[in-house]
Design a binder for this molecule. Structure first.
Ligand SMILES: Nc1nc2c(ncn2[C@@H]2O[C@H](COP(=O)(O)OP(=O)(O)OP(=O)(O)O)[C@@H](O)[C@H]2O)c(=O)[nH]1
Ligand SMILES: [Mg+2]
Ligand SMILES: [Zn+2]
Length: 327
């Protein structure tokens, strides 16, 4: 089998390069599945360089090297166009790259459970800091007692301009699926993120058309998922787009997210131009325009409280990172 790597999003530049080019479509236990011209090959992350700064992730373009000792190894990770990162759940001073080289991030949420505003703010911050387009897909729209209207209201209050779809992934003729497919052009890579049980894998199956990836029932009581998907994997759609199914996010810690946080809280950012102090943190400063809006009832105080908490979280994280660097 010969694979045309432009189907996997390779640019002309990448294709004309010498060496065995490939794209990581899955990583597990220190080994990767890499799609190359020869098909999918298994490659180890070069063991002699396993201490390197950059660990290979799904989505990376790499150079492969065939060695007598280890077989295929990843010799080089090519510079990333962008990356979707979060704070490492086990060490908040460390970045964890989830997927690289993305065109679109799809935030998936099932309307069988409520969407707290703080959660969507976090997910949006994370998604926007990847420098890719972001859309939201609400799944399970046929769910009895679903929270569709309420969820749409929550999203509109936070991100009025974001493109949102509502679908039933169990119905292959759902017109929303076609619209989502249209957004993922041939060679474009879209990563699906959201909590366990949100319906990411079901959406992947619906978009590709088949039982491609495993899905799992949610718990009947609290609707929580069972963490069915365990790896981040790139799948090729029949129409050409690339989907990355990912495991449910347990924690959504931000990484390098100052700019996207400002984007998520654009209304507060805009208003803070009228605060007396340019570095106002909208706590007890005099002549704070943001707090004025809160007292006038124009701005929801809970949103301000969430904003402050996220700003503090980023600031605390910065302190810890610089302490580590200075050690
Ligand atoms: N009716 C209906 N059921 C859905 C839909 N989306 C997901 N489900 C169901 O919700 C449950 C969880 O779906 P998954 O696709 O496994 O969820 P996930 O986000 O991939 O979960 P993790 O892999 O654990 O992160 C399964 O029982 C699905 O059948 C939908 O649009 N309509
Ligand atoms: Mg899944
Ligand atoms: Zn202020």
């Amino acid at each position: 089998m010969t694979v045309d790597l432009s189907d996997y999003g390779a640019s002309e530049d990448l294709l004309s390069d010498v060496g065995e080019l490939g794209r990581i479509i899955r990583v597990d236990r220190g080994e990767c599945d890499v799609i190359s011209k020869k098909g999918t090959v298994r490659a180890v992350s070069d063991s002699s360089r396993s201490q390197r700064e950059v660990a290979p992730v799904t989505g990376d373009w790499v150079k492969l090297l065939k060695t007598p000792e280890f077989g295929n190894i990843i010799d080089e990770i090519l510079p990333r166009k962008n990356k979707l990162s979060r704070r490492d759940p086990s060490d908040e001073r460390v970045e964890q790259v989830l997927v690289s080289n993305l065109d679109l991030v799809v935030i998936v949420h099932g309307i069988d459970r409520p969407l707290p505003p703080g959660r969507i703010e976090r997910l949006l911050t994370l998604a926007w800091s990847s420098q890719s387009e972001v859309i939201i897909v609400l799944t399970k729209v046929k769910e009895k007692n679903g929270l569709l209207e309420e969820t749409i209201k929550t999203i509109e209050a936070i991100a009025p301009k974001i493109v949102t779809f509502a679908v039933n992934s169990a119905d292959s003729s759902d017109p929303g699926l076609v619209k989502i497919k249209d957004m993922i052009k041939p060679g474009c890579t879209a990563a699906l993120i959201g909590e366990s049980g949100a319906g990411k894998s079901s959406l992947v199956n619906a978009l590709i058309g088949g039982e491609i990836v495993e899905t799992g029932e949610v718990r009947s009581g609290d609707r929580r998922g069972r963490h069915t998907t365990v790896t981040r994997e790139i799948l090729l759609c029949p129409d050409g787009g690339l989907l990355v199914d990912t495991p449910g996010l347990r924690s959504v810690g931000m990484w390098d997210a100052q700019e996207s946080l400002e984007k998520v809280f654009y209304d507060l950012e805009e208003r803070s131009k009228d605060c007396r102090f340019s570095d106002c943190i909208h706590e007890s400063e005099p002549d704070c325009a943001v707090n004025e809006d809160v007292s006038l009832g124009v701005l929801d105080e809970r949103r301000l409280i969430r904003y402050r908490a996220l700003l503090k979280e980023l600031a605390d994280q910065q302190v810890k990172i610089s302490k580590r660097k200075n050690r």
